[in-house]
Design a binder for this molecule. Structure first.
Ligand code: NAG
Ligand code: NAG
Ligand code: NAG
Ligand code: NAG
Ligand code: NAG
Ligand code: NAG
Ligand code: NAG
Length: 749
């Protein structure tokens, strides 16, 4: 799966610590109930921030926001292929400065959970394992394989030693309270048989011998040997039980959403369902966790709590308990303080919803960006001149390039052909293919919808005598998941055939010349190179293999900056020489639909609620402020493969545009515009309003003066509070005995 360098925040749960003494050494241990810090059982809420997906300048704010949101710990993976791009050549600079990241966590007074892996999955290229490993003879990933174990041990040891040297483990006074070896191996272990089992044992022993002084975890590993703690990842973890009485029940990845595919809309998980999953987790976890949940969500000082759950996915229920009747909507959990009074129901999530909007870059004047361009020089490549290597067969791409580039050229000559039409057929394992015959681009194709191979077929004009066929194979990030995932071939697997009538010439074992990478990147065109001629007249559109360049002014203020690449086809983008990602707006999000979604029923990746259907799958790219300089001295450079039109590219800032909140009768609804004022009320309904944020509609019963009253109370203010009460908002009619609620949607500016 591909990745773009943008902030990636998921939330996770740990049962661990609460109060912090980060400057002091802490003793981390556990029993079957909880993680213990200095002997005390704790509950800990943690969130993942992956350091290479943001910049060092962003870290303090991201960590501070996490703390403000109530988190006690930050969890991160360690990204081996980013740190060791070539064997024994390490990179711990900039956004790869993991030590600086851990120090930021420490200075914020939070704990850290270090998931070393070093296989990480993480929607990250190749699951975090370096592609150069594949060049080592006899290499097999993630099993009892000596070459793999050697490399894994060297890297894991290096990371542990770096962390120890800086005193960052809890017993040293550092923030790291838990460390993880491997990652979700149990999910894919079966096919490895006994070798997989031996690998689990070896991983555990190897990790333990590193003497980190804090517990090790192995997530989704139900054969984890003691003292490794098996933990749960998933949308729901209430049914999870660790494989040992001495292991506390921990949820290392509470999936609050799902990742996005190039050709799919933006997936969301409804808050009501997340709340349901969380409450079920605590409901099945033990008194300590239940109690915590009550205090956290209500602020009540209660000594016990009862949980009532309705696991039905369509039928609401009424439950009689101790002489009282409780209404339980389908797929919800109610929490009763002291087992007497309902203080929380997961179907009634009442926190504020914030909708971000994008604003044009006010620093840029009204005129559009001015573009210059340069062609990608294909002359040598399409003729097979100066090849990197030659072979009498089709080579697998990753083993050939070690992923040093997305691109590999395959070039061959075919002699003694007769002038006329022939069919060229290329079987490739993708991900993309551009076909050149005698120097001219005759077609291209990409694999979509998780298909890793396709067959390209086209009628071509051949000339009499020798013809040159050049195939450019392009990847969009390497596979990151599954048993034996590294053996999934990439590149032109063959056969490659020229067909005339009933005769097929198989070119698979011809002599092929190979060239790794594209010319412009070799010449470092993405870094404002002065020796290249950039043309400023007649900037072409729809021209394949074209470089584009523009200068732009940094947007004013400190709001996050994005660039809208709508209009472009597919390629790669750099700001001031920093890669901001692969782009591919040409693909529209059609592989899933955006029909109305229902939070009731088990959430799965296929059952997500979606937005952005039929729009470009990916269009906006985050440009970290750290990459920008003040004034019109910033440069955006694009390498376009398909052909696109840069004329509508523009820079924007991301601000809070709309906020929504809902409360039940007698509760106080609070609205706050972060860094702005409430400028309008788009909806206010008291009674039985329907729908959700940005799609509220009036119900059958309402207090008619609600909108006016909310406008009076809120417009022009930074924040406002409204009691959902008939005394304030007027009588609701015709309501009978319906449960009344207040729903408001406001605009911030
Ligand atoms: C899971 O994520 C949700 C949504 O962010 C959060 O409210 C909840 O507290 C998390 N669950 C746990 C058990 O921490
Ligand atoms: C909660 O109740 C207990 C027992 O009644 C009492 O000791 C404690 O001080 C209370 N805590 C708070 C924060 O009110
Ligand atoms: C194309 O290649 C794939 C992967 O190597 C292979 O499974 C498939 O059989 C090939 N198709 C043809 C038509 O040869
Ligand atoms: C929308 O997606 C759901 C779930 O994938 C599917 O059941 C439904 O048939 C789809 N509806 C349309 C109109 O495509
Ligand atoms: C709803 O529950 C029924 C019965 O248990 C089950 O068959 C169905 O798959 C559930 N639907 C969803 C969306 O979970
Ligand atoms: C709104 O704020 C008030 C005052 O801080 C608080 O008492 C109330 O619980 C808040 N309402 C909600 C729904 O959180
Ligand atoms: C609401 O009132 C109707 C008729 O007065 C009654 O049948 C119904 O049970 C009531 N519903 C609730 C939830 O009390």
């Amino acid at each position: 799966m591909a990745f773009s360098k943008s902030v990636f925040l998921t939330l996770a749960i740990f049962l661990a610590c609460f109060s912090l003494r980060s400057s002091n050494a802490a003793d981390v241990s556990h029993d079957g109930r909880a993680i213990k810090i200095d002997g005390q059982r704790r509950i800990l809420i943690s969130g993942s921030i992956h350091y290479p997906r943001s910049t060092p300048q962003m870290w303090p704010e991201l960590i501070a926001k996490a703390k403000e949101g109530g988190l006690d710990a930050i969890e991160t993976y360690v990204f081996w292929n980013a740190h060791e791009p070539q064997r024994r050549q390490y990179n711990f600079e900039g956004s790869l400065n993991i030590i600086r990241f851990l120090k930021e966590i420490k200075s914020a007074g939070l704990y850290a959970v270090l998931r070393i892996g070093p296989y990480v999955c993480a929607e990250w290229n190749h699951g975090g394992l370096p592609a150069w490993l594949q060049k080592t003879p006899g290499m097999q990933f993630r099993t009892d394989n000596q070459p793999f174990k050697n490399e894994m041990q060297i890297f894991v040891t290096k990371i542990v030693n770096m962390v120890k040297a800086e005193g960052l483990l809890a017993p040293q006074g550092g923030p790291v309270i838990l460390t993880q070896i491997e990652n979700e191996y149990g999910n894919i272990e079966g096919p490895y048989g006994d070798a997989g089992k031996r690998y689990v044992q070896w991983s555990a022993k190897m990790a333990e011998a590193l003497n980190v002084g804090v517990p090790w975890i192995m997530c989704q590993q139900d054969d984890a040997p003691q003292p490794m703690i098996n933990t749960c990842n998933g949308f729901y973890c209430h049914d999870f039980e660790p494989n040992n009485k001495n292991s506390p029940k921990m949820w290392t990845e509470n999936w609050t959403g799902w990742f996005k595919n190039w050709d799919a809309p933006d997936p969301h998980r409804p808050a009501e369902d997340v709340a349901y999953a969380v409450a079920r987790f605590f409901q099945t976890g033990g008194t300590l966790q239940n109690y915590y949940m009550v205090t956290k969500f209500s602020g009540n000082n209660v000594t016990s709590a009862c949980f009532l759950s309705n696991e039905g996915n369509s039928t609401d229920a009424t439950f009689d308990y101790e002489g009282k009747s409780y209404f339980l909507p389908a797929w919800s959990v109610s929490i009763l303080a002291d087992c007497k009074e309902e203080i929380y129901n997961t179907a009634k999530v009442d926190t504020q919803t914030t909708v971000k909007v994008k604003k044009p870059n006010l620093a840029e004047d009204e005129s559009k960006l001015t573009w210059s361009w340069a062609p990608e020089i294909l002359t040598n490549q399409v003729k097979g001149k100066n090849p990197s290597l030659k072979a009498n067969k089709l080579l697998e791409q990753v083993k050939t390039t070690a992923d040093a580039s997305d691109y590999l050229w395959y070039i061959t000559s075919v002699d003694n052909l007769q002038e006329g039409k022939m069919t060229l057929r290329v079987n490739t394992t993708g991900h993309g293919l551009y076909v050149f015959v005698n120097g001219a681009l005759i077609g291209s194709q990409y694999a979509l919808n998780d298909h890793f191979s396709f067959i390209f077929e086209s009628t071509i004009d051949v000339k009499g005598g020798t013809n040159v066929i050049a195939l450019l194979s392009a990847t969009v990030g390497l596979k990151n998941y599954g048993s034996f995932y590294e053996t999934t071939p990439v590149g032109i697997s063959g056969p490659v055939q020229l067909i005339a009538g009933n005769t097929a010439i198989d070119l698979s074992n011809n002599q092929w010349s190979y060239k790794i990478g594209i010319d412009g990147l070799g010449k470092q065109l993405h870094l404002k190179n002065q020796h290249i001629k950039w043309h400023s007249r007649t900037v072409p559109t729809k021209r394949p293999f074209t470089w584009y360049k523009t200068n732009f002014e940094a947007p004013l203020g400190s709001d996050p900056v994005v660039v809208d690449l709508q209009g472009m086809g597919k390629g790669m983008a750099w700001v001031n020489g920093e890669n901001i990602g692969r782009y591919w707006p040409k693909i529209t999000a059609t592989s899933k639909n955006c029909t109305a979604c229902d939070y009731r029923g088990e959430f799965t990746a296929d059952r997500s609620c979606n937005t952005g259907c039929n729009e470009p799958g990916q269009r906006w790219y985050h440009v970290p402020r750290e990459y920008l300089k003040p004034g019109k001295t910033n440069t955006l450079i694009l390498f376009e493969e398909f052909g696109g039109n840069p004329s509508s590219i523009n820079f924007q800032t991301v601000v809070v545009g709309t906020i929504c909140a809902t409360v039940n009768e007698k509760e106080t609804l609070n609205l706050t515009c972060e860094g702005g004022k409430i400028s309008g009320i788009n909806f206010a309904g008291f009674g039985n309003p329907q729908g959700t944020c940005q799609a509220f509609t009036k119900g059958t019963c309402e207090a008619p003066g609600t909108l006016e009253k909310v406008k009076q109370e809120c417009i022009g203010k930074l924040s406002c509070s409204i009691l959902a009460d008939e005394g304030l908002l007027g009588a609701c009619t015709p309501c009978g005995n319906v449960t009344k609620k207040l729903a408001v949607q406001a605009t911030c500016s």
